[in-house]
Design a protein around this ligand. Structure first.
Ligand SMILES: Cc1ncc(COP(=O)(O)O)c(C=O)c1O
Length: 432
């Protein structure tokens, strides 16, 4: 059984991370790391991208009620952090081919209260920021670039983006089991962010050590045979493995969210992050990219793959869009592939009383996307076998990314709506 993802870290890195809990020094580590990543001194290391965004907003002190236009599909904590600072996140729908917000939609969403645009590069690709930056500059707006899913060993942020965030969380490319690098163009703003971060408590070495142990176990479990046994055991114990795995890798879950993101990275985290960046494997990334391209070629045009038209793509994840995600997941499962719909992304809600349109493309994507296993450790043969299952399941009819559902899809949705109405009627009848 091919697991949905492998944690992108080697056993030696994990050992180095565990050892660093004993000896790493913080100030020295932070200094070396930041100097290597930002030779011009224009950035800082944080505990996570979420911590970095929180620092940015704390330092900026934008007027409450100010609006920030955000890519409509992202992790829910990003709009949550904006709201906690009194700001209003306004979703701008994405284009399914590139996952970028369209310039026309961003233009239409700008109001006198808009202060910034937060653009997420999704799925391991990178969208073209130029037109958005041009538009933002014409309206005096800041551009914040969320590259949490887009690290490829080279890219360090768009030269004209005001802020660029890179994540090294547990399921990210070249993970350090946490940590983020944040480039900030404005030196005064960066200084303020550093000052605020220096008042935060430091992540404990013990907490980081536990993290290393947890992900060492998850890495061991994601090997093919171990994963198959683990999953069988979970099924036998009637535990939903999809939910369990999605929750296991969720960052900052549970209570005290803000207390937990407001921490400085620990010395061992900084040391491991420096090591991951220093020894970044371009070969592994190239292999993942090639497998992604191969899969795309094998399943086109039968499958529609959101984000596949991004000019730069390293296939951090590989989503396909379909009408019946669970059916596809079941078919893949029977063929030995653990696909998932994931749980981490959400559609940003339109604020109350806002005339902004519903982000329909993002909603359709979230409902219909299935993430396929596709990573460097997989063999070409396995990817071809998975492609054959997909072709058989999705049919040979060419798919467009946001085609209206076919006749069968429309009938199924109609039946589902009838079933839902009946269930509501029954529930009402019971209640009275
Ligand atoms: C699009 C996007 N933005 C932000 C984040 C947050 O990154 P971090 O875990 O470093 O806070 C993630 C993490 O998955 C993400 O996918």
């Amino acid at each position: 059984m091919w697991s949905r993802k492998r944690i992108d870290i080697g056993w030696f890195d994990l050992a180095a991370g565990a050892l660093a809990c004993l000896h790493a020094r913080r100030t020295h580590g932070q200094h070396c790391l930041e100097r290597a990543w930002f030779p011009q001194g224009d950035g800082m290391a944080c505990l996570s991208v979420r911590s970095g965004l929180d620092l940015l907003l704390e330092a900026l002190q934008l007027e409450p009620g100010s609006q920030v236009l955000v890519s409509a599909l992202t992790i829910p904590d990003m709009p949550r952090i904006l709201q906690a600072h009194g700001l209003v996140p306004v979703p701008v729908d994405v284009q399914a081919e590139t996952m970028a917000p369209s310039v026309e939609q961003v233009r239409a969403a700008i109001t006198p209260h808009t202060r910034a645009i937060l653009v997420a590069h999704l799925f391991g690709g990178r969208c073209n920021l130029e037109p958005l930056i041009e538009l933002a500059q014409a309206h005096g707006l800041a551009v914040w670039e969320d590259c949490a899913q887009a690290f490829d060993g080279h890219y360090r942020g768009h030269a004209e983006a005001d802020v660029s965030f890179f994540s090294f969380g547990p399921i990210k490319t070249a993970t350090a089991l946490g940590g983020a690098m944040v480039r900030v163009q404005n030196a005064a703003l960066l200084k303020a962010m550093r000052r605020i971060q220096s008042t935060w408590p430091i992540q404990s070495r013990w907490a980081f050590f536990c993290r290393v142990m947890k992900y060492a176990c998850l890495k061991a479990l994601s090997q093919r045979v171990a994963f198959a046994v683990f999953i069988r055991l979970l099924r036998w114990a009637r535990v939903d493995h999809d939910r369990l795995l999605n929750r296991a890798v969720r960052g900052f879950a549970g209570p005290d969210f803000f207390a937990r993101i407001r921490r400085q990275p620990s010395a061992p985290l900084l040391a491991l992050l420096a090591r991951r960046i220093r020894h970044f494997s371009h070969e592994l990334l190239a292999r993942r990219t090639n497998l992604g391209r191969m899969l795309l070629q094998e399943i086109s045009p039968a499958a529609a793959c959101p984000g596949s038209a991004q000019p730069e793509h390293s296939f951090w994840v590989f989503p396909v869009l379909c009408e019946e995600p669970q059916r596809l997941i079941d078919r893949l499962w029977k063929a030995g592939f653990d696909a998932t719909q994931g749980e981490s992304m959400r559609v940003v809600a339109v604020p109350q009383d806002s005339p902004a349109p519903e982000p329909r493309v993002a909603q359709r994507l979230l409902e219909g996307m299935v993430y396929l296993p596709c990573y460097a450790e997989m063999t070409e043969k396995a990817v071809q076998r998975m492609a054959a299952v997909l072709r058989a399941e999705l049919g040979q009819r060419p798919q467009t990314l946001l085609s209206a559902p076919g006749t069968v899809g429309r009938i199924r949705r109609g039946l589902a709506a009838i079933r839902l109405r009946r269930a509501i009627k029954r529930a009402k009848a019971k209640a009275t």
